[in-house]
Write a protein that binds this ligand. Structure first.
Ligand SMILES: *Cc1c(COP(=O)(O)O)cnc(C)c1O
Length: 350
């Protein structure tokens, strides 16, 4: 079989503002006070591309990285020393434990069975998650006096906040429990705060913070707005330009009908790329400083935009989606987390 020719770049790309990404990490590290900031890079760095994001963070000074799945640790090993990678889901199987041992990455142990599995695999440096009230993953506090966790080589002892983006009593309650956890668990370092937790103040910072969302430009709490900048800009090429007459409709189910002659562009971005149908009639694009509204339904691979404000924009030109995380969440009803992690596999990510 002859080699197939290499495919040319796709007609959609995710532009990353690397300077903004670096500045966001530096801001979160500074806001973490005495603690240092790590980085949650699970889910392909929240959809932005771990191969693009990790080198920038490493170069900026970030040392500790958190992924969910063992397979995500494997992808990160090209960029980060293994002993600085934490696998949040921990070892579900013997194969998971064997991989962590062989690669030298740390499983985050979440339960007595996971602790036993890690010890059976031979043990070694690991992290420990203790639940302080989110009731998701983590060792139950009533198991803290079990001899099993005491016998571990624990680097980071962590817990996770459930409602750090809100001002609710649960935050102080979890902080108090985290104090009990710290007193009971011997570890090199302690960690509690995610992005929103960093804004809750020094009490929540411990030794290491674990921002994800805010690194990528998300703003879970108002206090962070001043320091966090947008990082991700979805861009798509105009595939075709059409002239509509008054009364012509656009797209599936004809949800937009032109009331005048107008010039429109068909761009290579659709719901298969994470630009969901909640953007229908709601999305906006930008070209050379001009605003171009989306028209009609978003399709699987395409969206139609109004080129009235940009008569010189044509086939092959690239437009940028309005994708400010806070405004986009308000416009679509999606969470800022979803807006990032939705971004599909077809984007060029140079
Ligand atoms: C995803 C995750 C984070 C990062 O949370 P953000 O809200 O995105 O900052 C931190 N810690 C744990 C355990 C996580 O699962």
């Amino acid at each position: 079989m002859p080699h197939p020719p290499e495919a040319p770049p796709p007609a959609l790309r995710l532009r990353l503002d690397r300077a903004a990404l670096a500045a966001n990490w530096r801001a979160l590290d500074r806001l973490s006070g005495e603690a240092s900031a790590g980085a949650a890079v699970k889910a392909d760095a929240y959809g932005l591309g771990v191969a693009q994001v990790a080198p920038v963070l490493v170069q900026t000074g970030c040392r500790d990285f958190f992924v969910a799945h063992v397979g995500e640790a494997a992808d990160l090993l090209a960029h980060v020393p293994p002993e600085r990678i934490s696998v949040l889901h921990g070892p579900l199987t013997e194969a998971d434990a064997a991989f962590c041992r062989a690669a030298g990455v740390k499983p985050v142990l979440n339960s007595l069975p996971q602790i036993a599995r890690w010890k059976e695999a031979g043990g070694g440096p690991c992290d420990l998650m203790v639940d302080s009230g989110i009731n998701r993953l983590g060792l139950e506090m009533r198991h803290l006096d079990d001899p099993a966790p005491a016998g571990l080589e624990t680097d980071i002892c962590m817990s996770h906040l459930a409602s750090a983006d809100e001002d609710v009593p649960q935050n102080a309650r979890q902080l108090a429990r985290f104090g009990e956890i710290r007193a009971a668990v011997r570890a090199r370092r302690y960690s509690l705060a995610n992005s929103a937790g960093i804004a809750l103040g020094a009490d929540y910072h411990a030794d290491l913070t674990r921002p994800g969302l805010a690194l990528y430009g998300g703003i879970p709490r108002r206090e962070l707005a001043r320091d966090i900048a947008q990082v991700a800009y979805p861009e798509a090429a105009v595939l075709q330009v059409r002239e509509l007459g008054a009364g012509d409709s656009v797209g599936y189910n004809a949800t937009f009908v032109a009331d005048r002659p107008m010039r429109v562009g068909v761009i290579a971005l659709g719901y298969a790329d994470g630009y969901l149908r909640c953007w229908s009639g709601n999305g906006r694009f930008e070209w050379q400083g001009r605003e171009l509204p989306a028209l009609g339904r978003v399709s699987m691979d395409m969206t139609v935009i109004d080129l009235t404000a940009a008569p010189d924009c044509g086939e092959g030109d690239w437009v940028t989606a309005a994708y400010d995380p806070v405004a986009s969440a308000a416009a679509t009803g999606l969470s800022q987390y979803e807006l990032f992690t939705l971004l599909g596999k077809r984007f060029g990510r140079e």
